[in-house]
Write a protein that binds this ligand. Structure first.
Ligand SMILES: [Fe+2]
Ligand SMILES: [Fe+2]
Length: 270
């Protein structure tokens, strides 16, 4: 992977900011940058692979593509790092700050949804839609919807769940095109799996079709290194619509508490 020094420095806030960083901070920043660079590679101009070529790559990796971001250091030669401990009663904010970070993609998607005047349930869905990728990337929309169902409005969970299926299908009425990223990730001749196709057929007739469709429309992939991303603009929406359990996420004995505990402590051997 070729890294342009200038781009990296700019992403980190300029030469002066880099001079103030210790080596661990620099290593962390490099890792964050690499995951962003990976997105850029995925958006490159090279010809798209075929689905067969994508499959041939599987045995060239030491990890599987569906693994959660917390569980593998994907950059060549990189190691996973010691995670900061979670507070005793972790909130959604703690998970964003300590486990979902860097959450640029979801924060930028939610910011775009806000700029586009989306309803609050949809902005919240955009904010949360890919956060389960900390746990697992494969079927992440379904995992995320399950993780959030006890805590968010029904329509938000619906939008999170089905953004995954709708990402595979263009809808010119909403200005949504099949993403080149998918041609690159899955191969240009890839056919979505039967459960994705079945969900799409169901959604086309569903009165809530628009909810997940609006998540796909606001799914923001062009990383802007100068964009300030923060969860602060969404605190009011979270306050109004996210039912934070008083015991802390993972401690409330809900049917999904174990998912939050696994994200909180991904180094547990069993
Ligand atoms: Fe997604
Ligand atoms: Fe996304």
């Amino acid at each position: 992977m070729e890294i342009k020094r200038e781009n990296l420095i700019n992403t980190l806030g300029g030469e002066e900011a880099v001079a103030r960083m210790d080596s661990e901070a620099k290593a962390d920043a490099l890792e964050d940058f690499l995951s962003t660079e990976l997105d850029k590679i995925l958006l490159s101009e090279d010809p798209f692979p075929t689905a067969a070529e994508v499959e041939q790559k599987i045995p060239t990796r030491h990890f599987r593509m569906g693994v959660g971001n917390l569980f593998v250091a994907q950059a060549p030669g990189a190691k996973v790092k010691v995670l900061p401990p979670m507070p005793e009663k972790p909130t959604l904010y703690d998970f964003f700050a300590l486990r979902f970070t860097p959450a640029n993609h979801v924060l930028q998607s939610a910011a775009l949804a806000m700029r586009n005047g989306m309803p609050e349930e949809i902005i919240l869905a955009c904010l949360l839609h890919d956060t389960a990728q900390a746990l697992l990337k494969a079927d992440h929309g379904y995992w995320a919807a399950q993780m959030y169902t006890p805590y968010v409005p029904e329509k938000t969970a619906f939008a999170i769940k089905y953004h995954q299926a709708l990402r595979f299908f263009a809808d010119p009425a909403y200005g949504y095109e099949y993403p080149d990223l998918y041609r690159r990730l899955f191969g240009e001749d890839y056919v979505p799996l039967p459960h994705i196709r079945a969900d799409y057929e169901m959604l086309k007739k569903h009165p809530w079709y628009e909810a997940p469709r609006l998540v796909t429309v606001n799914d923001y992939y062009s990383f802007d290194p100068n964009a300030k991303v923060s969860i602060d603009p969404f605190r009011e929406i979270i306050g109004r619509h996210f039912k934070q359990p008083k015991e802390g996420l993972g401690n409330d004995n809900s049917p999904v508490a174990h998912m939050w505990r696994t994200i909180a402590r991904p180094d547990m051997a069993l």
